[in-house]
Design a protein around this ligand. Structure first.
Ligand code: PXL
Length: 286
């Protein structure tokens, strides 16, 4: 049976983030993906100015009510960038309405990076997003979001493995069984992810060479690869490792291509590899 997901993020017309990466990546993974756009922006809010922003908050519950009447089962519920704390409350209501015990609830608490809230974010967002994370099976905060969700100050460097592990465990204690923290920098010149699976208590770190620059939308690209692999039957560890490899490749291709970084990363060129990895895993499973 084809898997079905519902993805709840904004649409930024230009800049390759949120729905304009989640939809193509999940679709390439063979997942029937429904979308609920939370806002319509002309671009993302990092490195662009003068963007338009149409808030779609008043559409969220009417859309959900109609979808409920269709009696659809979603294998994955995937929320990302949310424009306001009211939207977080609506997404909490949508979890009640649109998920069942077999739905994987995947929350990317996309509200901050590099120690700062995103431009339009309400200061109350970390606290409210924490309530949404409590309902999730899997969360994918970056290091800034991980600290802010726990009410801790952001540490840009000078931390150790024990600190990252303590963040991951504290986040999973909120509710999620799987926590993947991105943008973990334990050593100069490297960047990586921390993966914690609460049922097995397994914690691991995975690194790649760090490229200089700010890569917009890579949190969304990583999360979308991760959920695609999880839906494709990968274990958490294998899914996270594949998502890291593919995201790193997107960044490398983008730097080689010379396009301004504010336009996001060339994830399109990596989709064949995602499809191949999913097909190989399926063969192994059969
Ligand atoms: O990628 C996260 C994101 C999503 N949507 C909008 C954003 C950002 C990050 O800046 O501005 C509108």
């Amino acid at each position: 049976m084809q898997k079905r997901a519902i993805a709840i993020h904004d649409i930024s017309c230009v800049g390759r983030c949120s729905l304009t990466v989640a939809l193509p990546i999940l679709s390439a993974a063979g997942i029937n993906t429904a979308v609920i756009p939370t806002a319509l922006l002309s671009t993302h809010t990092g490195e662009f100015t003068g963007y338009t922003n149409l808030d779609l908050t008043d559409q969220l519950l009417p859309i959900a009510a109609h979808l409920v009447s269709l009696h659809l089962h979603f294998d994955a519920f995937y929320s990302g960038y949310l424009g306001s704390i009211t939207q977080v409350d609506h997404v909490l209501a949508m979890i009640e309405q649109l998920t069942d015990t077999a739905t994987h609830i995947f929350v990317d608490p996309a509200f901050a990076d590099h120690g700062k809230l995103y431009k339009l974010m309400d200061k109350a967002m970390p606290e409210r997003m924490c309530i949404l994370c409590q309902k999730a099976h899997t969360i994918v905060p970056n290091m800034t979001e991980a600290a802010f969700l726990l009410g801790l100050p952001y540490q840009s460097d000078g931390y150790d493995t024990a600190y990252v592990k303590s963040l991951a465990i504290a986040l999973s204690d909120l509710g999620p069984r799987s926590v993947v923290i991105t943008d973990v920098a334990l050593e100069a010149g490297q960047t990586g992810i921390a993966v914690y699976h609460a049922p097995s208590k397994e914690f691991s770190l995975h690194y790649k060479k760090r490229f200089a620059g700010v890569f917009h939308g890579t949190g969304d690209v990583f999360a979308s690869f991760l959920i695609s692999a999880l839906m494709g039957g990968f274990t958490l560890l294998n899914a996270a490792s594949l998502a890291l490899d593919l995201t790193h490749k997107c960044i490398r291709l983008t730097l080689d291509g010379g396009e301004p970084l504010r336009y996001g990363v060339q994830f399109e060129r990596v989709l064949p590899e995602l499809i191949q990895a999913l097909a190989a895993n399926k063969l192994l499973e059969e």
